[in-house]
Design a protein around this ligand. Structure first.
Ligand code: ADP
Length: 208
C-alpha cells in the first residue's frame, strides 16, 4: 500500500447518499471481481453478463484489463510492483463505480492473492459488496484456446513474466463464486452469476 503523499485532504461526503442513488437505479452497487488465467474466459463472460444485465434493466459497467492499460494504467508494465499498482488503481475505480450504484464487472488476471485481498478490504471498509469470482480452467485449456496468441509467444520466450508460464497465479482460497469454464458454457456461467446477484439482493435497492 502506498503512503499518502498529500496532506490536508479530507473526504467530502456530499449531500446525496449511496442508498438514494441505488433507489433511483433500482439495484445495489457492487463489484464482481473476475480473476483467472489469461484466456480463462473473463472478458467473454464479463461482456455477456453486462449485456444480459442491461437487457434486464440494470445499470452495469465493465472494467477490462487491456482497456484499462490503454489509459489509466498506460504507465505500468507487468512487474510484480506494477501489477500491484494496476490492481490498486482498478480496485479504487471499481469502488467508485459501485458507490455510484452501478453493478461493476472487473475482469483482470489479478494473479496475486494479496492484491485482491487489499481490494476486498477496501470494499469492506466502504461497506460495498465485493464478489470475488474465480474464472477457472486448467492452464492447458487456456493455452489451447490462446485467442490472442500470447501463450505461444510466452512459450517462445518472446513474452516474459506471463502468468501461468513464468509468473505465478495464486488461486483464490475462498471466492464467492467459482466458474469452471471447461465445464460450463458462457451462458451457464452468466446464469450462475445472475442467480448469485439475485440471491444476495443486489438486483433491488436495499430495504430502508
Ligand atoms: P480472458 O479475458 O480470461 O483472457 P477471453 O474471454 O479473452 O479470456 O478468452 C477466452 C476464450 O475462450 C474466448 O475465445 C472464448 O470464446 C473461449 N471460450 C471457450 N469456451 C468458453 C467458456 N465456456 N467460457 C468462456 N470462454 C470460453
Amino acid at each position: 500500500m502506498q503512503e499518502h503523499k498529500a496532506t490536508n485532504i479530507r473526504w467530502h461526503a456530499g449531500e446525496v447518499t449511496r442508498a438514494q442513488r441505488e433507489a433511483l437505479l433500482g439495484q445495489r452497487g457492487c463489484t464482481i471481481w473476475m480473476t483467472g488465467y489469461s484466456a480463462s474466459g473473463k472478458s467473454t463472460i464479463a461482456a455477456a453478463l453486462e449485456r444480459e444485465l442491461l437487457q434486464r434493466g440494470h445499470h452495469a459497467y465493465r472494467l477490462d484489463g487491456d482497456n484499462i492499460r490503454h489509459g489509466l494504467s498506460r504507465d505500468l508494465g507487468f512487474s510484480a510492483e506494477d501489477r500491484a499498482e494496476n490492481i490498486r488503481r482498478i480496485g479504487e475505480v471499481a469502488k467508485l463505480f459501485a458507490d455510484a450504484g452501478i453493478i461493476t464487472i472487473a475482469s483482470f488476471i489479478s494473479p496475486y492473492r494479496a492484491d485482491r485481498e487489499s481490494v476486498r478490504a477496501s470494499h469492506a471498509e466502504a461497506s460495498i459488496p465485493f464478489l470475488e469470482t474465480f474464472i477457472s480452467c486448467p492452464i492447458e485449456v487456456a493455452e489451447r484456446r490462446d485467442p490472442k496468441g500470447l501463450y505461444r509467444k510466452a512459450r517462445a520466450g518472446e513474452l516474459k513474466g506471463f502468468t501461468g508460464i513464468d509468473d505465478p497465479y495464486e488461486a483464490p482460497l475462498n471466492p464467492e463464486m467459482e466458474l469452471k469454464t471447461d465445464e460450463l458454457t458462457v451462458g451457464e456461467s452468466v446464469g450462475l452469476i445472475l442467480a448469485r446477484l439475485q440471491e444476495d439482493g443486489l438486483l433491488h435497492p436495499a430495504q430502508q
